[in-house]
Ligand binder design. Structure first.
Ligand code: 5MM
Length: 331
């Protein structure tokens, strides 16, 4: 087992979230990735999933704006066309490789559809293997819906996230802790405020109880927004609401905060991040850990056609540069 001292964990967490670079979330499960490929007319297979992830990682100059890439188990064990394993190639390209280690969600019985994220069984052994193969960080995502979240579901997911985070640190891996409040639906801003407060409050209670070193974690939250089907509010209002919740509930020792995009358009999440980065008195660095907001246009442009790889790279790199500028250069 690789065991890093707390200072090394903090250093990796800072590398991931500081300096205007952010994290590329390319860890879609096999099921999700296959659906997204098929929606673009690309037959889904281990080979096409690999080709697509290779396209992302090998965009020339990606490391100027991307500090880390989150992979799923399948990709983590695959090789690029030149024979290098993905985690080795990532390190050589100046990008830290990470691994999604949760195994997905299931319903909490008797809790109205609220979800619990699973994956703790055997996690220590899996983390030891990932660390040996070069993983610098890991990710675990809890999922909350504003209509079904309860104290119990927030606590249960917070407990699982804390047990995961403690195990990661024991194995020298920085945990990204992701309590995602979904923005699907027509709810207003206050519903997102309440749900995000519930999730973060329970999470940090559990992280502290589990003796997780907060200087060696990255928090991956949602922006606090109205639902995607509700009238939009100005980015400055989203930033103010998000900052108010985070300032109240996220201890200053947390190494950094990297936001998910949640299905919002790229320009919107970049505007949210830019406004948030401009707020005075932030105790933590803020950046992005976007998935769809960075990659959706590149996947569409590529469409499985080799001759479109350069165009897909241009689209991907532009989105990454825009997100990086939002994190580095406040409004
Ligand atoms: C990239 O998607 C990740 C894995 O999703 P599934 O396990 O459901 O296939 C997901 O956890 C992602 O990292 C976060 O939701 C953030 O992605 P977005 O697209 O919301 O920025």
């Amino acid at each position: 087992m690789t065991t890093l001292p707390a200072t090394a964990l903090a250093d990796v967490a800072q590398q991931l979230t500081s300096g205007g670079r952010g994290i590329l979330a390319a860890d879609e499960s096999i099921k999700t990735m296959s659906t997204r490929l098929e929606q673009e007319g690309v037959p889904a297979s281990a080979t096409t999933r690999r080709d697509y992830r290779e396209l992302l990682l090998t965009a020339e100059g990606l490391s100027a704006s991307i500090s880390g890439i989150i992979l799923c188990d399948e990709t983590f064990g695959q090789d690029l066309a030149d024979g290098r394993p993905f985690p080795v190639a990532a390190h050589e390209l100046g990008i830290l490789p990470g691994i999604k280690v949760d195994t997905g969600t299931t319903a909490l019985p008797g809790h109205g559809g609220a979800l619990i994220t699973e994956g703790l069984d055997g996690l220590g052994a899996r983390l030891a293997s990932y660390a040996y193969r070069g993983a610098a960080f890991a990710k675990w995502r809890a999922v909350f819906d504003v209509h079904t979240v309860t104290h119990y579901s927030a606590g249960a997911n917070g407990h699982a996230l804390a047990r995961y985070a403690a195990l990661c640190q024991q194995h020298g891996i920085v945990p990204i802790v992701e309590p995602e409040v979904l923005c699907t639906g027509a709810h207003d801003l206050s519903a997102s405020v309440q749900a995000t407060r519930l999730a973060l409050s329970a999470l940090f209670t559990e992280l502290v109880d589990a003796a997780v070193d907060l200087t060696g974690i990255v928090l991956k939250p949602n922006f606090v927004t109205p639902g995607l089907d509700a009238p939009a509010v100005p980015p400055a209002d989203v930033a103010a609401a998000t900052f108010a919740v985070l300032r109240e509930l996220v201890p200053a020792e947390v190494a950094g905060i990297a936001f998910l995009s949640g299905g919002h358009p790229t320009s919107r999440v970049c505007a949210f991040l830019s406004e948030l980065a401009a707020i005075d008195g932030r105790p933590w660095p803020v950046t992005f850990s976007f998935g769809r907001a960075l990659v959706s246009a590149a996947l569409h442009t590529w469409g499985g056609t080799t001759s479109e790889v350069p165009a897909a790279h241009r689209v991907l790199l532009q989105n990454c540069r825009d997100a990086s500028a939002a994190a580095a250069h406040p409004a």
